[in-house]
Design a protein around this ligand. Structure first.
Ligand code: GLN
Length: 376
């Protein structure tokens, strides 16, 4: 069967394949990043009551007005960016749709998009489905960007750069200085910035800064976020994209014709997320901090060399001592030890063969069991 050029050369997501393997071999799943922190009951109650109250049909395509308004307030208070919810915020089916809709709406054939690698797997297919060309600059395992390389990779065909902070999978939290540098790159070369700020509330060291809040960036940035990770509702599929009206017009066309709207009762439930007190975030962070310590200290006692993340809930570990590449190692771990991780090469265009990614968003008892299995 002939495949359309749009999907040619794109393989299935390795992250999601590892979840299927975890199920098949009945392994502890530390691959795909699903959060184990309990969903707050206000969100659950609200979504259930929404269903009971008959809020089961399409919402307005751009998302429920109240949710857009709340996101607008959150973007103002937490991210220090001002968007008009009426025209500049769109609720999507998770931030994955937001990324895809943004690429399809803004990238043209021949446009280059600079992506930092290691990268979250969805970015590259999103660029190529939009007929753009991905370019790569590497973030080191100790979470540094290479400014010279970024400068080299940006040229006359660059249309956008994509920044994910806190970063999956290294855990890098982009500093003000990093972002200032990227701002200069964007302004000097007149290019767009697309940001993925999914883990904005999961920061152990440093602070979250939105690129759009920097001088000269609002007009050229698309800010993407979502509810999945921070509120433990990955299956609800509620995310958003925010951008100046002119950019949003194109993004909305794609959203309109692909998903029509995000699930209405779950949009209703997500409204409650934005009413949660600061203590919710503090407790969640304490929970993940313990997981981070446990996995880091346990991996240090093996032949692996883990890198401690500043944010998000993933940890890369070097496996070069094992005499296996990442695919063999991950396969061995899931079949023989009963622990699923993600092979490092799935986060790179080239490279990553000496890395695997552990996700530490599981409860302590399960993480302890997984670490025991990995050790022995
Ligand atoms: N972001 C998650 C990860 O990297 C997965 C998200 C997804 O599969 N949609 O594991």
């Amino acid at each position: 069967m002939k495949e359309a050029y749009r999907v040619k050369g794109i393989s299935e997501s390795v992250i999601r394949e590892m979840t299927r393997k975890a199920k098949k071999y009945d392994a502890i799943n530390l691959s795909q990043g699903y959060p184990d922190y309990p969903t707050h009951e206000d969100l659950l109650d609200e979504a259930k009551s929404a269903i009971d109250a008959g809020i089961n049909q399409y919402s307005i395509t751009w998302g429920k007005e109240e949710l857009r308004k709340k996101i607008g307030e959150k973007l103002n208070d937490f991210n220090d960016i001002d968007y008009d919810p009426k025209f500049e915020i769109t609720i999507t089916c998770g931030s994955s749709e937001a990324i895809m809709a943004t690429m399809l709406g803004l990238i043209e054939p021949g446009d280059e998009v600079l992506i930092f690698q290691p990268f979250y797997e969805n970015y590259v297919p999103a660029v190529s489905m939009a007929s753009g060309t991905p370019k790569f600059s590497t973030i080191s395992i100790d979470q540094k960007i290479d400014r010279e390389e970024v400068k080299e990779k940006v040229g006359k065909d660059t249309r956008a750069l994509l920044v994910n902070t806190p970063h999956n999978p290294t855990g890098k939290v982009f500093t003000k200085d990093d972002l200032g540098f990227l701002r200069d790159i964007c302004v000097d070369n007149d290019i767009l910035a697309l940001t993925d700020e999914m883990y904005e509330r999961m920061i152990y060291e440093g602070e979250h800064i939105s690129l759009a809040s920097l001088d000269g960036m609002w007009e050229r940035t698309v800010t993407i976020g979502g509810f999945s990770k921070v509120y433990s509702i990955t299956g609800w599929r509620v995310g958003y994209t925010a951008a100046p009206k002119e950019l949003m017009k194109s993004i909305r066309k794609v959203h309109d014709y692909t998903t029509v709207c995000a699930p209405t009762p779950f949009q209703q439930g997500s409204i409650k997320a934005l009413d949660l007190p600061e203590s919710y975030y503090k407790n969640m962070l304490d929970y993940y901090k313990k997981g981070r310590e446990l996995v880091y200290e346990s991996l240090k006692k093996t032949e692996m060399v883990p890198s401690k993340p500043e944010g998000a809930y993933y940890m890369l570990a070097d496996i070069s001592q094992y005499g296996m590449d990442d695919l063999k190692f991950a396969d061995h771990l899931v079949r023989k030890k009963g622990v699923a991780v993600v092979p490092g090469s799935s986060f790179y265009r080239e490279g990553g063969k000496d890395l695997v990614r552990f996700c530490f968003s599981q409860e302590m008892a399960l993480l302890e069991e997984a670490m025991d299995r990995v050790k022995n």
